[in-house]
Design a binder for this molecule. Sequence first.
Ligand code: NFS
Ligand code: SF4
Length: 654
Amino acid sequence: MAESKQRSADNAANQMMDIAAAKGQKVAYDRYEAAGPQCKFGQLGICCRACNMGPCRISTNPEKGAQTGICGATADVIAARNLALRVAVGASAHSDHGRDVVHLLLQTARGKAPGYSIKGPVKLRKLAQEWGIPLEGSNEEIAEKVALTALEDFSRQEGQLRFLDRVPAKMKERWEKMGVTPRGIDREVVSALHSTHMGGSSDAMQLIRNCVRGGLVDGWGGAMIATELSDILFGEPKPLVSEANLGVLKNDMVNILVHGHEPVLSEALVAASQAPEVLSACERVGAKGIQLAGICCTANEILMRHGVPIAGNFLHQEFAMVTGAVELMVVDIQCIFPALRTMAAHYHTKVVSTSSKARFEGFEHIEFDEADAIESAKRILVMAADNYANRAPEKVHIPTDKQPLVAGFTTEGVFDHLGGKYRPSYRPLNNAIIDGRIRGVVGVVGCNTVKAKQDECHLNMVKELLRHDVLVVQTGCSAIACGKAGLLAPEAAELYAGRGLLEVCDAVGLPPCLHLGSCVDNSRILTACIELCREGGLGDDFAELPVAGAAPEWMSDKAITIGFYVVGSGIFTVVGEPLPVEGSPRVTEYLTDGMEKDFGGKFAFERDPIKGAHLIIEHLNAKREALHISPMMYEPRAIETIGTKLSRDFVPAK
Ligand code: NFS
Ligand code: SF4
């Protein structure tokens, strides 16, 4: 076998890539290499395709070449316009996912979606109360009103999103002043798209404000609706134990991977996976049963509600097939490689698409019908079982790698299990921050990209933060990266956390990295920040809190949109790859500096995760100082002790 390229921080991924390479099978990293140098105009955001007189490219030399497009658009306008377009796409993706959840809640409430029921009645009643819906009648009657009210947020033309009532006053005033208060979801997405049309807005700063508004309508609109209504429909997640990585696949079972985003599908698969006809199909082919596992965000959804193990994150979608042990991969929407068709063809794996919103050439299609969910799910599961007979034992290589993890934390539930020690509130967390045991709370989230060694930026950044007593909260593929590396297990506190953080983890029984769910669940980070403000002592505006965000390996439009609602909500955010705007020094300067005075938050572009972590640490220190809270109680944990479980006296108290 040729020498391993070690393109991942994950041993299982490297093994799979080595096997694929030996067989001449291509994965995303190979296609990236084969593509050659990427277009720098595209990277810098100064290629415009907004009309057919172009494409126009702006010279990177201010002395020579085209300084504007044919219509006169400058680098500033083109970079900002391209960005606004991508934010609108990202917002539309999360929001359309949210819309499907609302629709399913409505159908369930009306008895038109057998197979689903309302599993989060407490949250249902809480939200109904928040929205002024009378708490009379059955859960179904209340749910119908909640769903119809949520739908209004999509179509609203005037006024503002309902969840803005949750936002601290100072932040809302800032948005009002900047003209970015989001109205209805569909309206904001459409008007952001409209502003990017040829001859539309040619004011770069207005286009950036559209990015903020397009972001806010996602975070406080579509994504928050997706989270809240998923909790109502599928149940509020509770902390539970599971495992992550390809080692969760089983040699003697039918392995089915769920890949994509909407829990609507994956929930039905979980529910149907033990049906008698599915189990008898397994028996027929000599398999011991069904092993369901997830890839990407749908994995996070069924992990946190059912403990279904995680097979891997974004780049694992191809690696999983190289195990030769995947009977079927079922996909819905978003982050799905068309290349799965090619990889699946090397094995016996079937790939089945299910959403009317995303069809893939070469995949089988079984349209998922929520009116007939369990039957659709059973059909898919039986198809997988039948395919077990086609598995070629000589092609099977299931890596042994997997790590235990705890997932299922929510804004409401994170301190519930504290029992009598504290009342379930944010007081212990706020106090730990105020006393200087915890430096701050940082969301490390987002994708994998072939532009980095898989997972490495997530892991290095998170470990550096933990060492400096930062409590890390996670979602999406970053959470999966850390799960595969053992960082989501309670033992990770002893191995990686600074002394102050370790003391808190010991006292409250939390891991140092909290899995908060899928990417739409970044809205949980927003609601957790509301609680931090409400509990008192740390400011009454997200911009005052010692918190930050990071997406060290981001790649999707959704990640840009998330970045804008986080920054727009006043939170400093580090992205690994720069946003594609560097061809415009003015836009770059605004996003990474000027924005702070208008919105309280700003971006930093930093590919080096350790440097990124230190930008965050400095930021947290500055916020702590401004709040006049105690200095940190302990020195950071020494690098040499990282990963060893030794003594709890590894740093002297100050
Ligand atoms: Ni988020 Fe989730 Fe992963 Fe990135 Fe894709 S799965 S919605 S976009 S790649 S974190
Ligand atoms: Fe060129 Fe202007 Fe058309 Fe863009 S909108 S392609 S810059 S002419």
